[in-house]
Design a protein around this ligand. Sequence first.
Ligand code: HEC
Length: 189
Amino acid sequence: MNPNEEPETDFDKEPLPKGVVLKEHSYDGIREYDQRLPQWWMITLLGAILFSIIYWTVYDPDATYVGGEKAQLEARLAEIKAIKLASSIDVTNDGLFWEMSDSQQFITAGKATYEANCAACHGKDLEGGIGFNLVDAEWIHGSNPSEIYLTIYDGVPDKGMQAWGTLLGQKRIAEVVAYLLEENPGLRM
Ligand code: HEC
C-alpha cells in the first residue's frame, strides 16, 4: 500500500469479540473494553497477598508470633559465646571473668563445682565456716577476679585452703570465679 496513505483507525467499525462491552469514553478515538480481570489473575494476586500475611506472621524470625525464632537464636548465641569464653580463658583478664559472670552457663557450672568442693568449708550460701565468708567485703587475698582465681588455683596451703589448680583445672576454677562474682556484684567497678 502507499506509505503516505493514512492507516485505517476507526476501530468502531471492527466487530467486537463476543461478550465484550465498550466503555463510554473515547480518547483520541481509542476506546476501552469494559471487562473484569481474568479469574486466574485475581486468584494469583489475592493468593500472593494472603501468602505474604501468613509468611510474615509465621516465619519472620524477629516476630514473637507462632514459630518466631528470636528466642532460640539468642539462646544459641549465648551458648556460642560461652564456648568461646571457655576455650580462651585469659586468667589475668578481669573483664573476661566479669563477662563470664554474666553467662548463666558459667554460673550454673560454677555453682555446681562450688557446692561439690567448697561449700563444706565456705558454707552453702558462701557465708563462711572453716573457710572465709566469700560474700563479705573482706578479701584477704585480693578481690580482683584474677586474684580470686589465683587464690583458688594456688590455695593457701599453710592455712587450710588447698591448691585446687591441678584438681579442678583452669576451666572449672574460672567457672567458680564467675559464680563468686555473680554473688558479689559489689566487686564490679
Ligand atoms: C578444707 C576447707 C576448705 C575448702 C574445701 C575450700 N576452702 Fe577456700 N579457704 C579455706 C580457708 C581456711 C581459707 C582462709 C585462708 C587464709 O586464712 O588465708 C580459704 C580462703 C579462700 C579464699 C580467699 C578469701 C579471701 O578473703 O581472700 C577463696 C576465694 C576461697 N577460699 C575459695 C575457695 C573455693 C572456690 C573452694 C572450692 C574450690 C574452696 N575455697 C575450698 C578453706 C577451704
